[in-house]
Design a protein around this ligand. Structure first.
Ligand SMILES: *Cc1c(COP(=O)(O)O)cnc(C)c1O
Ligand code: SF4
Length: 335
């Protein structure tokens, strides 16, 4: 714990005071020596809020949280098969800001901004400026959902949908709740791990009053992301009636061991969160150094099945373009 980083500031202040300077980050962590391994691509710079840095260990260049955010010169290496848009999302948005790939669910990217920049992100090359819903697009989205009666769930995504103000978020909720066909509103977010205070009273109260089921899928990759403050906020969200799930990405050198995965599941469960998906890496250019070969992933998964109760084992999946669901990895391949 880095005590001087622990703040009582509200989430917006914390958001605006996120660290974007490599030198500042390395100085806080006393890791000036690793400066030469760093290369920062223009399109995806360093961004990490201080509360997340406070969960890192000083002097440890292998810290699993640091590795998720610290740019690395390996990002420059061009590797065959790793591309800018691995899920062909740029061709699957019939309306700006909306993706309809799976029958009963549509995904809305209500903001391109994230509180944190994760180096493995599959949307790191995504052109958000061309894909934000304008007021006009919002109308079109509503019309689209109304016509597509098979849609019963809307997923708010991004960017990070909790990066927007409560006012803007509540406006989306009001609109969506007015569509009788919708039973569920889902929020995919990393903010509860990055700035736990984002789960403020106003937000939890508003969500608890929704006529829809509210599902929040947090994106936590390592148990170290859950400190006491984070755990408290997650438990409050759970107590407010929100269904809490987690999705993680399997990342080399960060969470690719049975011990780390088992600890993550147990830790999530103690905060009222159930594991949902464990994604193998999307083959996005710049992230090849995080990838794990499929055989090792499957072996890890078998070990996980052996040590955890079934309800704490996430589904091991790969997202593929042009498939109507996240595809389960065939774990019998290696049995
Ligand atoms: C992941 C995803 C969903 C949600 O899939 P679930 O299996 O329901 O979690 C929906 N739409 C898009 C475009 C997605 O990428
Ligand atoms: S929070 Fe999610 S969308 Fe944002 S950079 Fe991280 S992985 Fe990508």
């Amino acid at each position: 714990m880095i005590n001087h980083l622990i703040t009582q500031k509200n989430w917006k202040t914390q958001l605006s005071e996120a660290i974007t300077s490599i030198d500042e980050l390395l100085s806080i962590l006393q890791l000036e020596a690793v400066r030469e391994n760093i290369y920062v691509p223009k399109h995806f710079e360093l961004r990490v809020p201080r509360a997340f840095v406070a969960k890192m260990t000083i002097g440890d260049s292998e810290d699993p949280l640091l590795k998720q955010v610290l740019p690395d010169q390996q990002e420059q290496i061009k590797v065959t098969g790793y591309v800018a848009d691995p899920l062909s999302e740029n061709t699957q948005n019939p309306i700006k800001g909306m993706l309809h790939k799976y029958q009963s669910r549509v995904l809305l990217t209500i903001t391109g901004a994230c509180a944190i920049h994760c180096r493995y992100c599959f949307r790191q090359h995504f052109d958000y400026s061309a894909n934000m819903p304008t007021a006009e697009a919002k109308e079109k989205i509503i019309d689209y959902i109304t016509v597509h009666t098979e849609i019963n769930e809307v997923i708010l995504s991004g960017g990070d949908p909790l990066n927007v103000t409560n006012r803007r978020l509540f406006a989306w909720l009001d609109t969506l709740e007015s569509l009788p066909q919708l039973t569920t509103i889902r929020i995919h977010t990393r903010l509860p791990l990055v700035i736990p205070e984002r789960l403020d009273d106003a937000l939890l109260t508003r969500l608890s009053q929704s006529r829809c089921n509210i599902v929040m899928v947090i994106h936590c990759n390592h148990a170290n992301e859950i400190d006491t403050l984070t755990a408290e906020h997650l438990q409050r969200a759970r107590a407010a009636g929100i269904t809490l799930l987690n999705q993680a990405v399997l990342l080399k050198g960060i969470n690719d061991s049975v011990e780390v995965q088992a600890q993550l599941s147990q830790c999530l469960f103690s905060c009222g969160v159930l594991p949902y998906y464990l994604h193998v890496l999307d083959k996005v250019s710049g992230a090849a150094h995080f990838d794990i070969d499929e055989r090792s992933s499957i072996q890890l998964y078998w070990s996980l099945l052996a040590v955890l109760p079934g309800y704490l084992v996430p589904k091991l999946v790969r997202e593929l373009p042009n498939r109507p669901f996240k595809v389960p990895i065939n774990i019998y391949n290696e049995y």
